[in-house]
Design a protein around this ligand. Structure first.
Ligand code: 2P0
Length: 333
């Protein structure tokens, strides 16, 4: 490539119902087990990439601020995958904007690396398939492989050593079952222990980790069936079970990883209370203190009204299920 290549993309965050917590290969970022998630429409990352004919190094502007250090190194490493594939050497300037708090357990790395995968590969002149994009995005962040697709998404563990079969697929489109997610943000600060370090610690130290991995296929089968049958009760049951198991593994690591705060716990109880009151809603919590309430759309307003004004909630977002990563016009802003 001799001319300057530029492209932009937008991707939605995703929340796992059957969670990814552990790797079978650190270098290629291969998951120890599969996972199932929903991609949402209104928590998005928009990223633009421009490869330039200059001798400068890669640059990264995140939410309007220049970023260096580990984050830039990670993005540069990811761009090298794209450059090697395209046979180019030019440095890139990357601009990325999140519509939500970054690094606080709201899946910013998922939407971030999915958007970067599409923007960078298009800017480099590659025309990757969805499968290839998912394999590429996974090498930035495991959960990003899922944000390549919309609606209900399954990440496959894969069995190949080269990771080419460790990619996501669409389980069902968003229109199959238009669930609503109400996100209660209880802390706007980035978490102390990131997912990557947290899951490595769990693999090395939690006595529950082998059982967690061994139980994944059964949870995936139950979740898949509940989604395909639109069985809300079964989806609530397996999702809460899997979420609490993941946190059990995290908490039983040494030192224990406690991603929750007091509000997180109160909100988990509130989700259970709502369901006891006949409201079709369940909770899930990822590697952070935020609580996601997943409900049938007709219950979304009731859920929001019950949560509105509760102490400890800093922000409430409502999302619908969204589409996978797509091209965007113009710059990142
Ligand atoms: C998930 N999480 O399935 C789980 C639940 C967090 C808790 O995927 O090391 O940022 O970059 O592959 O994708 C977060 O892990 O980790 C995650 P890396 P990632 O959504």
């Amino acid at each position: 490539m001799t001319k300057t290549g530029s492209a932009a993309a937008v991707a939605g965050a995703n929340f796992a119902l059957v969670k990814y917590w552990g790797k079978r290969d650190d270098r290629l970022n291969l998951p120890a087990a599969g996972s199932i998630s929903i991609t949402v429409d209104s928590l998005t990352t928009r990223t633009s990439v421009t490869f330039k004919d200059t001798k400068e190094r890669d640059s990264l502007l995140m939410n309007g601020k220049a970023v260096s250090g580990k984050m830039l190194d990670k993005v540069s490493g990811f761009l090298n995958l794209v450059r090697n594939r395209a046979g180019i050497r030019q440095p890139a300037s990357v601009e990325t904007v999140n519509s939500f708090p970054t690094g606080a357990g709201l899946a910013s790395s998922a939407s971030g690396f999915a958007a970067l995968a599409l923007a960078a590969s298009n800017a480099a002149g590659l025309n990757l398939s969805r499968h290839e994009l998912s394999v590429l995005a996974r090498q930035g962040s495991g959960s990003a492989a899922r944000s390549v697709f919309g609606g209900f998404v399954e990440m496959n563990r894969g069995s190949r050593d080269d990771g080419e079969d460790a990619a996501a697929t669409e389980l069902a489109a968003a229109a199959h079952w238009p669930l609503t997610v109400t996100v209660a943000v209880t802390d706007l600060n980035p978490k102390d222990t990131g997912s990557r370090d947290g899951m490595a610690l769990s693999r090395e130290t939690s006595p529950f980790y082998p059982n967690w991995v061994a139980g994944a296929d059964a949870d995936l089968a139950e979740c898949r069936k509940a989604v395909l049958n639109r069985d809300f009760g079964k989806l609530a049951d397996v999702s809460e079970f899997n979420c609490l198991k993941m946190h059990g593994v995290a908490m039983s690591s040494r030192p224990g990883l406690i991603y929750w705060n007091d509000t997180t716990v109160r909100l988990i109880h509130e989700a259970r209370r709502m369901r006891n009151d006949g409201i079709p809603v369940f909770f899930t919590v990822d590697a952070g203190p935020q609580v996601k309430f997943i409900s049938l759309p007709e219950a979304a307003l009731t859920v929001k009204t019950r949560l509105d004004g509760m102490p400890g909630i800093k922000e409430l977002f409502s999302c619908s299920l969204g589409e996978g990563v797509c091209e965007a016009k113009g710059g990142a802003g």
